[in-house]
Design a protein around this ligand. Structure first.
Ligand code: NAD
Length: 340
């Protein structure tokens, strides 16, 4: 039996990336969705029941993580392996639980991903791509860009273009056809993101745009709204440049050479993904080979064929999902040797 522990930021997508291959390989699963987003895992169970999946194959337990359903599930001795997507700190706790009984783990964890824009990039495509990668889903994407490095000749123009995109978002409900920007998942998460907004200022950032809460009409005032935020001028040692914030914000810094930007991009404990913008394919290959991440997108972001390897290096994960990589985790390779 496989324990599937999932986060809230893309709850159905991230759960099914695990449940699909696990069931296809003949396992049963117990899914523990995030306490913030319990509905889609339950709904999938209802669908499984109506299409005749046998009882006990797809199971769901709800609850919180530490000292509750998440921890009890990962400690349970009926669990053969644990697949987890979420924060690196939670991954550490789950790894300790998995150590008892020597259970396998597959981890997709946090990121502090770099976006790198070379001077030869298609400018508009790069602005568009970096904007999407930093601000989609209100910045609550593990693959999101929170550190942007722009080659110096483009820097000022790039920051201005990104600023205009941030200032053009329309906050509102998904049902409002004029809106294209939503709130964060919860007030608790907003407190965390706003604490980083304050810290950036305390650490000496230039706030190019945002940095606070947008004015909202009274009927929406309870939402966890935050402004898309751009910073410049911070050293790499600043906490908002080093730590995963998981909000709609990024720091933009100029660079002067390929070697310099590779060092900057690698100087982080995470290693999930990178997005590179250049017209020079030889350079794209060189930089992609030098950057310590699981996934590099060139002139694109979050393009995913489910057969390709998905996962992170360093403290961003253990193992890869997708295609044969999922087969390796959800099966157990055996050597049967017959003397003839
Ligand atoms: P989280 O780690 O707080 O929670 C994820 C899940 O783990 C939840 O279901 C939670 O209840 C459970 N959990 C928490 N503590 C536990 C414990 N001690 N034992 C067992 N289960 C426990 O993460 P989150 O806030 O839901 O999601 C955001 C994080 O997920 C970010 O760090 C983000 O980068 C990461 N993430 C990574 C990927 C990826 O593919 N690498 C994808 C999406 C999100």
């Amino acid at each position: 039996m496989i324990a599937v522990v999932c986060p809230w930021n893309a709850p159905f997508l991230l759960m099914t990336w695990k449940v699909g291959p696990a069931l296809a390989c003949g396992n049963t699963v117990v899914v523990k969705p995030s306490e913030e987003t319990p509905l889609s895992a339950t709904l999938l169970g209802e669908v499984m029941n109506t299409v005749g999946v046998p009882p006990g194959v797809y199971n769901v337990v709800h609850g919180f993580g530490p000292g509750a359903a998440g921890e009890f599930l990962t400690r349970h001795d009926g669990v053969d392996a644990i697949t987890f997507t979420g924060e690196t700190r939670t991954g550490t706790a789950i790894m300790k639980a998995a150590a008892v009984g020597i259970r396998d783990v597959s981890f997709e964890l946090g990121g502090k991903n770099a976006g790198i824009v070379f001077a030869d990039a298609d400018f508009d495509a790069a602005v568009d791509g970096i904007f999407r990668s930093a601000f989609m889903n209100t910045g609550q994407v593990c693959l999101g860009t929170e550190r942007v490095y722009v080659e110096r000749p483009l820097f000022d123009r790039f920051v201005q273009a990104l600023k205009l995109r941030c200032e053009a978002v329309k906050f509102g409900r998904p049902s409002d056809p004029g809106a294209n920007y939503g709130p964060l998942i919860s007030q608790e998460h907003r407190r965390k993101v706003l604490s980083y907004y304050e810290r950036a200022v305390a650490e000496g950032a230039t706030v190019v745009t945002g940095g606070g809460v947008p004015p909202m009409p009274a009927e929406l005032a309870d939402g966890a709204w935050v402004q898309p935020t751009l910073w410049t001028g911070l050293p790499e040692t600043a906490s908002v440049v080093r730590e995963e914030i998981f909000g709609p914000c990024c720091h933009v810094r100029p660079f002067d050479s390929e070697d310099e930007v590779v060092v900057l991009a690698n100087a982080n404990r995470y290693g999930l993904s990178t997005t590179l913008w250049t017209r020079d394919l030889a350079r794209a290959h060189r930089v992609a080979a030098a950057i310590e991440v699981g996934i590099t997108w060139v002139n694109s972001w979050f393009l995913r064929d489910l057969r390709t390897a998905f996962g992170g290096s360093k403290q961003s994960g253990i193992g890869r999902e997708g295609g044969v990589h999922s087969l390796e985790f959800y099966t157990d390779l055996r050597n049967v040797c017959i003397k003839l």
